[in-house]
Write a protein that binds this ligand. Structure first.
Ligand SMILES: Cc1cc2nc3c(=O)[nH]c(=O)nc-3n(C[C@H](O)[C@H](O)[C@H](O)COP(=O)(O)OP(=O)(O)OC[C@H]3O[C@@H](n4cnc5c(N)ncnc54)[C@H](O)[C@@H]3O)c2cc1C
Length: 390
């Protein structure tokens, strides 16, 4: 067992670090406070080769590994937390599921702009009555004249106010087996995007409405029976979410450590008080422990999709570590940490959301318990469709 990154991975991390410090660190606070997607920065990150890092070169990617993508998200987040969302969108988000299952024609049509940072894709999975119970989704796709008529609504989709393409989970028929997904373009007649609402983390989202929206057959991603494949692809998104939680926690930790090393009260540096030393010791161990679980899930995925249990364990540990460490970092910085002039309060708000997004920490524990007891636990009162599909 080797707990070191390889020589190539260390060199890659160093090159991303240099780029991020030189090009992204300035303006980090401003980007954090803007709900708008940082398009210029996205194009800069794309030119640096940090989009589609693990995608095949033949499809416009860099032919690297999932570990390289995680390293990129970490190094970018340590210089500019908000810019890590761009690395997520170009490597881990719905784009990863898309690359896994799209046809060559679909990839040719959509990937260049997505990987160039000129357009962005949003995931439409959650509905008003289908959150954790995602298989209760009702948005329907009915065959019609060489395509599908889509009816229903989605909420909470990240990047929805600005996305040009939506990967939408739909129901072709009853049960889990009836679920698949389609690609819906923003200008599709019958598709409307509501007024943006704002999460506590500053992110905006719009409700999506489909009223007989016609989606051509060429925009089918996965037909009936596609749900399990979609969730397998979604596990990569979860690892990106875990990596950002951890990286923002580490960012807040670094800022607070610097503060505690220089800020004086009672004529002593804060780090000389044991009450704070122990807080920092606990924060360091939480970050390191979560990092090991994240790297295990990523390393074991190899060139494929990650294991569901290892992903759930990594996301749970990183979500908790990211949030708890950011929150403790804020406390260690007093009023300065609580102020918008410090990026630490942003790290607290962002990491909080990832305990709900992409599988809440409770749903992750449900999944982990299934591995512990080696059986499925149906969350439903009356078994209709088998156990928790995640
Ligand atoms: C920042 C953010 C970004 C998001 N981005 C997207 C996106 O891009 N696309 C998208 O489709 N959705 C997105 N979501 C939605 C997200 O996937 C859902 O919020 C999540 O699945 C939880 O669903 P819900 O909010 O309806 O909560 P509910 O499912 O109503 O759950 C409420 C609470 O009950 C708990 N709970 C529910 N069932 C169980 C159970 N069986 N056992 C134990 N506890 C349970 C939950 O953990 C939660 O704490 C995002 C959400 C957030 C916060």
């Amino acid at each position: 067992m080797d707990f070191q990154l390889s020589a190539e991975e260390r060199a890659f991390a160093e090159s991303v670090r240099r780029f991020a410090r030189a090009e992204l660190a300035a303006g980090a606070l401003e980007r954090a406070h803007s709900p708008k997607y940082p398009w210029e920065t996205a194009q800069k990150i794309a030119r640096q080769g940090l989009m589609g890092i693990a995608f095949p070169e033949s499809e416009g990617g860099a032919g690297g590994t999932l570990m390289d993508s995680v390293i990129a998200i970490e190094e970018v987040a340590l210089a500019c937390p908000r810019s890590a969302d761009i690395v997520q969108a170009g490597n881990f988000g719905p784009i990863r599921t898309f690359v896994e299952y799209a046809t060559p024609e679909q990839k040719k049509r959509f990937l260049p702009d997505l990987l160039g940072g000129r357009k962005i894709m949003s995931l439409g999975m959650t509905e008003p009555d289908a959150g954790s119970a995602v298989t209760d989704l009702r948005t329907s796709a009915t065959k019609k004249d060489g395509g599908y008529l889509v009816n229903g609504s989605k909420i909470f989709s990240t990047h929805s106010p600005e996305a040009s393409l939506f990967l939408v989970y739909v129901r072709f028929g009853p049960g889990v087996e009836g679920i698949g997904s389609v690609l819906i373009e923003r200008d599709t007649p019958g598709f409307t995007i509501g007024k943006p609402s704002r999460f506590m983390n500053g992110e905006e989202w719009s409700q999506l409405y489909f009223e007989n929206a016609f989606v051509p057959g060429t925009n089918l991603l996965l037909g009936p029976g596609g749900f399990k494949k979609q969730i397998a692809g979604f596990n990569v998104e979860r690892l990106g979410n875990a990596a950002r939680s951890l990286a923002l926690g580490r960012h807040a930790f670094n800022v607070a450590r610097e503060y505690a090393s220089t800020r004086k009260q009672f004529d002593r540096e804060l780090c000389e008080f044991q009450g704070l030393q122990w807080k920092f010791a606990e924060m360091a161990v939480k970050l390191d422990a979560a990092q090991l679980l994240l790297y295990r899930a990523v390393a074991n995925a190899g060139g494929g999709l990650p294991d569901a249990y290892e992903t759930a364990a990594a996301k749970l540990a990183c979500n908790l570590a990211g949030w708890e460490v950011s929150n403790d970092a804020l406390q260690a910085m007093g009023g300065t940490g609580f102020s918008e002039e410090s990026i630490v309060e942003y790290c607290v708000r962002r990491t909080r959301g990832w305990m709900i997004a992409g599988g809440s920490i409770e749903m992750l524990k449900n999944r982990i318990a299934e591995s512990v007891f080696e059986r499925k636990f149906d969350q439903r009162r009356h078994s209709r469709e088998g156990g928790n599909p995640e």
